[in-house]
Design a protein around this ligand. Structure first.
Ligand code: ATP
Length: 288
């Protein structure tokens, strides 16, 4: 196989709790991760010239060592003594810097792609080891599907898949720095923590109402007061029939969970009235 086309899916967090701030600055988390059907397309092709060449349809994204895809290819070339080069093309749809792990997902896809085109025969575990050196969320993106992520996000447990539903994803045109959000999280003063264990039970029971009643992300305590548009979108989705709505990751992407496709599509249409929403999609949960 000389070339491969990979779907690189985004994720949402059904629950996000921060349990501890470590002395090294990292945060210990408990997150329920779910892959969704919104994906970037990554094409990788072997080339004779010993070079990594990368193109991306978003001109503001780097296509050099600063891109996680490039980093994954370079690291694996070095680690496995690969003398051939690789030509990479990335087509983005996942909102950038938005809490959907787009970069980590692209990185995971690149690791899988290198494994395939250079016939490295790596196990998922070996790929996760490479991934974690590039980002805490990369191992999860290699797994995909529904998972509990603990530690700094790299300790993964497979959990029951999310029941069938429609997920409306809405990204306002603001940028939120992940570092800023974590730095400003008043961990000792949090009044409430997400019921992650309760949600795990709801997932097992395929109880969508239970899941929707427990959607919670502690990072909203930082982002919502600063960016009220996040609350406005959440409230709008609930008014339009969402069973629950939440900010994903460190934001600003908001998602709403719907039982019926028709209701979700109607809510999608209605988002036109909120000018700040720059990207919106209706997708379904994906199991990989
Ligand atoms: P997370 O949910 O893991 O915090 P995110 O969705 O908030 O991730 P990304 O879309 O992964 O954020 O992008 C964060 C930054 O990473 C961008 O500002 C960009 O410069 C850099 N980056 C590096 N590689 C990529 C990539 N392949 N796609 C998108 N961003 C990338």
């Amino acid at each position: 196989m000389d070339s491969i086309v990979l779907k690189s899916y985004g994720k949402i967090n059904l629950g996000l709790d921060v349990v501890k701030r470590r002395p090294d600055g990292y945060h210990e988390v408990r997150m329920i991760m779910q892959t969704v059907g919104l994906y970037d397309t990554l094409t990788m092709k072997k080339q004779k010239k010993d070079e990594i060449t990368m193109r991306c349809d978003l001109s503001f994204l780097p296509t050099d060592q600063k891109n996680l895809v490039y980093q994954a290819a370079a690291l694996m070339k070095e680690k496995y003594g690969i003398s051939a080069g690789v030509e990479i093309n990335l087509r983005k749809r996942i909102p950038v810097a938005a809490g959907m792990a787009g970069g980590s997902s692209n990185c995971a896809a690149a690791i899988k792609g290198m494994n395939q085109i250079f016939d490295l025969k790596l196990s998922t575990e070996e790929m996760c080891e490479i991934g974690v050196s590039l980002g805490a969320d990369v191992p999860y993106c290699i797994w995909g599907g529904t998972a509990l992520a603990e530690g700094i996000g790299e300790k993964l447990t497979r959990i029951s898949p999310m029941p069938d539903c429609q997920i409306l994803i809405a990204k306002p045109g603001i940028s939120v720095s992940t570092a800023f959000v974590y730095k400003n999280l008043p961990l000792d003063q949090l009044q409430h923590h997400p019921d992650i264990d309760g949600m795990l039970r709801n997932l097992e029971e395929k109880d969508l109402d239970g899941i929707c009643s427990k959607l919670e992300n502690v990072l909203e305590t930082v982002t919502i007061p600063r960016y009220p548009i996040i609350r406005q979108i959440k409230e709008h989705l609930l008014t339009m029939g969402a069973e629950g709505a939440l900010m994903s990751g460190s934001g600003p992407t908001v998602f709403g969970i719907f039982k019926e496709k028709k209701t979700a599509k109607k809510a999608l249409e209605s988002l036109r009235s909120i000018q700040e929403v720059k990207q919106a999609y209706v997708v379904e949960p994906v199991q990989q």
